[in-house]
Write a protein that binds this ligand. Structure first.
Ligand code: 3UK
Length: 541
């Protein structure tokens, strides 16, 4: 990417706007002489800190020129490439609020997020543009659509002339190096988190929370250092990936390798071999799948690997033990949430207790409480509450939900936990029926709604069930409209799986489907999923 050249750029960057996170995470490195250090690399391009500062200054200038004002939302539907940090930090520089969106969501949920956030601008990776088109047609408020090709060139002509090329936009944009002054308490960006009713909630995070997670988990658990190179298989649009592969390395002038592709075991291992990361970040499903890969060996292919971390769902003990044995590096399991931005309970290097989420991260405190909010004794199960420096400001336009989750200094996690006598926290499941697949939320309600929208299905109930690796996957019980005709047919099951993938999201389809005559219900007609969970019991056959 072209720089803006010479001494002039030095003078024109690093304007100190201390409350704005871009000043500390990005401009500080130029001011302190680290502009030439590598910041991000992807399969097609790399950016130094100086190049990132320049590109983000152009992005900020372009937004301003396009009339996207302060506090307006910019939706980012982006695969992991160097353009992601350009857009994110460019938006913060301009005081525009970036809203990274899960690229795996079906089009109607993307449309919901565009509408709910009232996004006025969208940056979209060109392979995702066709899926975004129908959503854009429903969102007249979107005034600027930028398509980002994966290699930084102009995107192939695809009949979407209303979309500008990001490369062209950046090349023409006026450079706006000054970060807008911002309060540390000011909302910087949003992330969407799914709820049990299916409608995702906009989680509003403030500038200072980014630094808070870097100073606590990043510095004190990960021990992130300038010579680190991070590879996070978890994508940047998750809070987990955003910290791992963007704010943590940028907090010390280190680098991250980005992978735009789906993180299959093959792709993850190839990326590790190619980039030789020192830090690898994954979710339990990926660790289990990589363990089944014949090529997995010492360092997972990196001679420099020193730290592996896991979050998103509980890491089964045997996965951690086998990984440590095969790869020679422990996996630090930690629990984080979109609401708290990053990990607040974690195992610590040298003190790993597999099968637990470890202990509170320095700077965070945890409580486990009963229904009356009284602390429960060690060894008893209750709901986990957490206090620390990075809770969200609240949910966008959801006052009731905000009040129930963010209670004074304490955030309710909705997770059930136990604390061992020696202070380690052990995950005991959700307080509601939600569950995680590959670290991403699945709401049973939403999968049931997708199933019952299929003409063959009368009613459906969905639960999380453990597979042979001890990882949770959706299982569906369906009552068919015409039990006589097609009961149990594998062709129908395949059609239902495809239907759920298209309606609800690729990772949400039921891995097991059982035909039932009826479903267990309460007197008020609420499905008793706990009865189904009890009926299937532990592991799958
Ligand atoms: C569950 C875990 C057991 C738990 C996240 C790291 O996952 C993240 O955020 P989400 O908002 O989900 C939060 C919920 O996921 N969970 C996460 N990690 C673990 N359960 N063991 C774990 N290690 O139910 C939690 O309430 O998608 C993870 C960093 C940032 C994040 N946002």
């Amino acid at each position: 990417m072209d720089g803006i050249g010479g001494a002039a750029r030095q003078d024109r960057t690093a304007s100190a706007a201390p409350g704005n996170a871009v000043t500390w995470f990005l401009d500080r490195h130029l001011a302190e002489g680290r502009g030439a250090a590598l910041a991000f690399t992807d399969p097609a391009r790399s950016l130094t800190y100086a190049e990132l500062a320049d590109a983000s200054a152009r992005f900020a200038g372009g937004l301003r020129e396009a009339g996207i004002g302060r506090e307006r939302r910019l939706a980012m539907l982006m695969l992991d490439t160097v353009d992601f940090p350009v857009a994110f930090w460019g938006a913060l520089r301009a005081g525009v609020v970036p809203v990274p969106v899960n690229t795996l969501l079906p089009p109607d949920q993307v449309a919901y997020i565009l509408e709910d956030s009232r996004a006025e601008a969208v940056v979209v990776s060109s392979p995702l543009l066709p899926a975004l088109k129908p959503a854009l047609d429903r969102c007249p408020r979107v005034r600027l659509v930028l398509k980002a090709s994966l290699d930084g060139g102009l995107a192939a002509e695809d009949g979407t002339s209303a979309a500008h090329d990001l490369a062209y936009f950046l090349a023409r944009a006026p450079v706006e190096p000054d970060a807008v002054p911002a309060s540390p308490d000011e909302v910087a960006f949003w992330l969407y988190s799914s709820g049990s009713t299916g409608a995702p909630k906009g989680v509003k995070h403030v500038h200072s929370s980014l630094r808070a997670t870097a100073d606590t988990y990043g510095a004190q658990v990960l021990g992130i250092a300038p010579d680190d190179l991070v590879f996070s298989a978890a994508k940047l649009f998750f809070a987990y990936g955003l910290g791992n592969a963007m704010t943590f390395p940028m907090s010390v002038g280190a680098a991250a390798a980005l992978l735009p592709d789906r993180p299959t075991p093959d792709a993850a291992l190839a990326a590790v071999r190619a980039h030789q990361p020192t830090v690898f970040c994954g979710v339990p499903t990926l660790y289990a799948a990589m363990l089944a890969h014949p090529a997995l060996g010492r360092g997972a292919g990196s001679d420099r690997l020193r730290r592996c971390i896991s979050a998103g769902e509980a890491l089964p003990e045997h996965v951690g033990l086998r990984w440590a044995e095969t790869v020679g590096v422990d996996i630090l399991d930690g629990i984080g949430s979109t609401e708290m931005l990053h990990i607040f309970l974690s195992n610590r290097p040298g003190e790993v207790r597999y099968g637990t989420s470890g202990v509170p991260v320095p700077g965070y405190e945890a409580r486990i409480v009963d229904e009356a909010d009284r602390d429960v004794p060690d060894g008893e199960t209750g709901e986990l509450l957490v206090r620390g420096p990075s809770p969200a400001e609240g949910y966008w336009n959801q006052r009731d939900k905000s009040r129930r989750t963010f209670q004074g200094e304490w955030t309710r996690t909705g997770d059930k936990y136990q604390r061992d006598a020696d202070g380690h926290y052990r995950y005991q499941g959700r307080a509601d029926d939600m569950f995680k697949v590959s670290g991403i939320w699945v709401s049973p309600f939403e999968v049931e709604a997708a199933l019952t929208s299929h003409p063959a299905v009368q009613e459906a109930a969905v639960i999380g069930r453990e597979d042979e690796d001890g990882l949770t996957k959706p299982m569906a019980f369906v009552v068919l409209k015409d039990p006589a005709s097609s009961a149990g047919g594998e062709a129908l099951f395949e059609a239902l799986r495809e239907h759920v993938k298209a309606r609800a999201g690729l990772w949400k389809y039921p891995r097991w489907i059982e035909v039932a005559d009826d479903l267990p219900k309460t007197a008020t007609g609420k499905i008793q999923r706990f009865k189904l969970r009890a009926a299937v019991g532990g592991e799958a056959p």
